[in-house]
Design a protein. Structure first.
Length: 260
């Protein structure tokens, strides 16, 4: 019996303490504080009506800090909402709904506005995702265009270099053939069975030089052919642009598609 009585006393004490704890915020605010908060609220309302939402937001929060009425925080959330700060507005609308002294009317209005903010945030997120996708596609397109431009420049540079190299190689071989004929003509000049056009040492040196020029000419032609072939391959394998040509307006009639 004594234990049961003691338990009842403890429960009663906890209940009374809980009541005082919930009542404390309201009773802790003095009349002077209520008046001060109301004055700040009125100043904030003037800024709100003037469309100065940053100032009204700040003052509504000051009023709420002085006297924690839900309507003060509600109006601060409205100011944030009106100036486009959806994150702050959503956070404070939720705080208003969580306040124990929020009236049913304010709660219903707050919930409606919170739903609007959530919908707006979803639209903004979807729009941001679309913009990000557009930017990704733009960058991918630009990278592709840059790659095509680089391949085209490399292809033409390789082709032109190859053609020039073949020309240089051909020139070297032609020059070698001409000089070889002159050298052979000199060697062919004889008198009394002896070579009189050129001595053996000079002949050997000239022949070595002509042989080297011949090797260089052939190698240059080989490099040129390879470079020109690479350039031609790059030109043929790069993405081709398509142009549709019609003899009539609006694409009517026969259409010819050109690839280049």
């Amino acid at each position: 019996m004594q234990r049961q009585g003691l338990a009842r006393v403890v429960v009663a004490a906890v209940t009374v303490a809980s009541v005082f704890a919930f009542a404390a915020p309201a009773s802790a605010v003095t009349k002077a504080q209520e008046a001060e908060a109301l004055d700040v609220f009125k100043a904030a309302a003037k800024h709100y009506k003037a469309g100065e939402f940053a100032q009204s937001d700040k003052l509504f929060r000051e009023a709420f800090a002085i006297h924690g009425r839900p309507v003060y925080l509600y109006n601060a959330a409205r100011s944030a909402h009106r100036r486009g700060d959806l994150h702050t507005a959503a956070r404070d609308y939720k705080r208003v709904l969580d306040l124990p002294r929020t009236s049913k009317k304010v709660a219903e209005r707050t919930q409606k506005l919170l739903d609007e903010v959530n919908a707006a945030q979803k639209r903004e997120a979807a729009k941001a995702e679309q913009e990000a996708e557009k930017e990704r596609l733009r960058l991918a397109k630009k990278a592709k265009e840059d790659d095509v431009a680089f391949r085209s420049k490399a292809a033409w540079a390789s082709t032109i270099t190859g053609v020039v190299a073949v020309g240089v190689g051909g020139y070297l071989l032609a020059a070698k053939a001409s000089e070889q004929a002159d050298l052979d003509d000199k060697v062919g000049k004889k008198a009394g069975g002896k070579v009189i056009g050129i001595d053996a040492q000079t002949y050997t040196a000239e022949q070595d030089r002509l042989d080297r020029n011949g090797v260089i000419g052939m190698a240059t032609i080989g490099v040129g052919v390879a470079a020109a072939g690479l350039g031609a391959y790059l030109l043929m394998t790069q993405p081709a642009d398509k142009v549709a040509i019609s003899p009539f307006f609006n694409g009517h009639g026969a259409v010819v598609t050109l690839r280049f």
